[in-house]
Design a protein around this ligand. Structure first.
Ligand code: GLV
Ligand code: MN
Ligand code: MN
Length: 410
């Protein structure tokens, strides 16, 4: 059974053309025409090979292939098609295209596994438009409420629930999205590696042993606005000055906690936003991660304490919301072993490594056995237009995953 590398490449490029932006990358946000068009394309490919396709009430798309034994037990895979602003073509998409390729081959060769196979396009994995990443998988896990959907807004102030409705989804039915994860015998996610670890060592495939913990905070600082020329320098309550101190502190803290800690401020808004106006409000995000959960929680406590203290000293108001706080999660050792066995059988070099990036697997993996296959990222760049993995490497990862499925699903 031969993986069609050209088909993988063509599909990645075809999807990559949807949402292409002038700065060279791809912007494909949830609940947009670009997302809709991409789903339609993939659903069409799924229909052509006889998969049962179902879209749930928030927009996760589920592709199902019956097994010989349909008693509810299932082998699940997942990934996403949304992107960061001006992102790359491979993040998320590589997984979906790989699952489709496996389903194509099983269809062509009339292969039916004992347990049914399913793969899911999870909605809003990145959380860049609506700051509630890993949303689709969280909903499957029953961890998302109707209130979350009505409270969450994008930069334009558009309400998530309303945007969902505009595309025909029903936020009020969020609880119906809950999935029987206790019936999932194994969850797999194939993804590009996004760092330089595999590329530096010239290894095409990685097997993930665990995913780093992830937290996202929103900090809002309110000060006193005024005329940039008329208002004296003394006595200003400029929230941006305080924000810069907190941002420096985030970096300092992550450096202090060492090797596995990461702290990033990647989104900031200065209001009202005029060159000659002292800002009234500054809002920014903090993305903080660590493989060590205790260290992650302590670091966030430290950053919160510092933010309050420095704000109070500077006479500005500071509120901090924790949007997300997800524990690090370990892959299932039996599945790791199955994947390693497959790679060895196929004589494909691999190594074990942790994932510094977040994935839907960290939600699903809290409820059922989970494992991830990583594909080498050339130059270790990701979340930018330069993101690149060769079709050959994606083909190798697909081959390993297919071989693993034939074992685990039978
Ligand atoms: C997902 O791309 C993440 O933010 O790790
Ligand atoms: Mn990503
Ligand atoms: Mn991703």
């Amino acid at each position: 059974m031969k993986i069609d590398i050209k088909r993988i490449e063509n599909r990645i490029n075809e999807i990559g053309n949807i949402g292409k932006v002038s700065s060279g990358g791809v912007t494909r946000f949830p609940y947009t025409d670009e997302e809709k068009k991409t789903k339609e394309l993939i659903i069409n490919w799924g229909n052509e090979i006889g998969l049962n396709v179902f879209e749930d009430s928030i927009g996760n798309v589920i592709f199902h292939k019956d097994g010989l034994k349909n008693n509810g037990e299932i082998i699940l895979m997942g990934s996403h098609i949304d992107s960061v602003p001006n992102g790359g073509k491979y993040d998320g998409v590589a997984g979906i295209v790989s699952y489709l390729e496996i389903m194509e081959i099983f269809h062509e060769n009339k292969i039916k596994t004992k347990y049914p196979l399913e793969f899911i396009i999870f909605v809003n994995e990145e959380g860049c438009r609506f700051p509630i990443g890993l949303m689709g998988s969280s909903a499957l896990a029953g961890r998302l409420s109707k209130e979350d959907l009505y409270e969450n807004k994008d930069r334009e102030g558009l309400i998530l629930a309303k945007e969902m409705e505009r595309y025909g989804y029903d936020p009020d039915k969020i609880m119906e999205v809950k999935y029987p994860l206790e019936k999932v015998k194994a969850y797999f996610e194939l993804h590009i590696e996004q760092g330089g670890v595999l590329d530096t060592r010239d290894i095409p495939i990685g097997i993930v042993d665990g995913i780093t913990g992830l937290s996202v905070l929103t900090v809002k600082i309110g000060g006193i606005s005024g005329h940039a020329g008329a208002f004296p320098m003394e006595g200003r309550r400029d929230p941006l000055i305080t924000a810069t101190k907190i941002i420096q502190f985030v970096q300092k803290t992550a450096l202090e906690y060492g090797n596995t800690a990461r702290g990033t401020v990647g989104d900031i808004r200065v209001l009202p936003g005029g060159s000659n106006v002292i800002p009234s409000t500054v809002e920014f995000t903090i993305d903080y991660r660590d493989l060590n959960f205790e260290n992650m929680k302590n670091a966030i406590r430290k950053i919160t304490r510092y933010s309050k203290e420095i704000s109070s000293e500077s006479g500005v108001q500071c509120t901090i919301d924790v949007n997300q706080m997800i524990k690090p999660v370990l892959s299932n050792y039996k599945l790791i072993k199955e994947i390693s066995n497959s790679a060895e059988r196929l004589e494909i070099p691999y190594m074990n490594l942790p994932s510094g990036a977040g994935h839907d697997a960290m939600i699903i993996g809290q409820f059922c056995p989970m494992a991830m296959i990583f594909i080498r990222s050339v130059g270790g760049v990701s979340h930018c237009p330069e993101e690149y993995s060769t079709s050959r490497d994606i083909g190798l990862g697909t081959k390993v995953l297919m071989d693993t499925l034939l074992k685990v699903a039978n």
